[in-house]
Design a binder for this molecule. Sequence first.
Ligand SMILES: Nc1nc2c(ncn2[C@@H]2O[C@H](COP(=O)(O)OP(=O)(O)OP(=O)(O)O)[C@@H](O)[C@H]2O)c(=O)[nH]1
Ligand SMILES: [Mg+2]
Length: 367
Amino acid sequence: MEILTANVLLIGRSAAGKSSLLNYLFGQEIERTGAGGACTGRGIFEHSFMVHERFRLRVSDTWGLEPDKAEEWEELILQDIRRHDAGRIADWYHTILYCINLNTARIEEFERGILRRLTAEGNHILVVLTHADCAGAAETTAAFRTLLLQDGIPADSIVPVCSVVRKTIGGTGGNQFGRELLLDRIREGLWERIVERAPGSARAEAEALIDRAEAACAAYAEKYITLFNMHSDRNYQKLNRICGEVLGRCLSDVQRCYEDRVTESVRFYLQLVNRGDPDGFSANTKERIEHAIPLNFRKNWEEKISENVRGILFSFVPGVNILFPRRLLQKNRARYVNRVRAVTRKMRASLPEAESRLRTSLEHLSV
Ligand SMILES: Nc1nc2c(ncn2[C@@H]2O[C@H](COP(=O)(O)OP(=O)(O)OP(=O)(O)O)[C@@H](O)[C@H]2O)c(=O)[nH]1
Ligand SMILES: [Mg+2]
């Protein structure tokens, strides 16, 4: 059974409530928390737990962020992502939880700057408004929301949370809240990432396949077109057959790499929407999947290009000229490779359409 893991980076100022949020998410006391002075030490502290049997949350609690130690803090984050063999935060962390304490009067300019930068770098950010149980939380939430929207944080990405059970004067505890909504948003973020990345990565794979087929055909042209047989029709027929097979195989591999992305993504999607429910997903979900994946995905794509493979390559007729054999040899090889390129150009030209089709298919599904 495959397990999905969401890597989550938990950041924010000291006493924003990062460690308390971690403990709340995990349902147990994992990191020490406390008021008065920095609590979590200098470093990044990774913890994992299973939200359900197929969904793991891997959360990194961090040293509190302050303007006077921003550089040191940034270096810590960089070291951490390098440790995970990633170049950018977004390459390792699926989501950043940026905690802001609703008990503070305002969002500092340096924090807004950091948020803007993290957004511009393509990170999926959720702003967690902690201490949502404090007096005046509703008004502060509204004011913070306005500012955050101005900075490009979508309304859905702002989640008020109360992470601790509060003792009231009467002795009864105020409830914690916000966990389920936050977990939902993290799952949605994972899905968005798939929708964002799958089409581009299918295309990169397809382009590499086409490059390889093109190089293989050029090598065959070099091998089969020689001084002694460059006027032989039979030789060209043989070459056509070999290159036709290479290009045909390339075509089906390219198709397969798009189809594999659809299959992978749908499997991933099902795991996300299923939430570990053994009875599986609802009829509604099934219907959405059927709609999202056009059944003619393969057919349209195949028809379009395979016509070109046959049409272009097989019409080749070699030029006849006996005067300058060496130059003619080069010319004939180059002409053959150009014919091959005319086919691969068509294949490449149809990739954007396949990519956007895959994107549309995935966008039809929503977690
Ligand atoms: N009422 C209330 N108190 C909270 C909430 N979240 C955190 N606290 C309290 O705020 C204080 C600071 O919380 P921490 O979780 O230690 O904050 P932190 O961001 O990890 O702080 P550093 O480790 O110093 O960076 C603690 O006393 C928590 O009990 C909340 O949602 N509501
Ligand atoms: Mg802490």
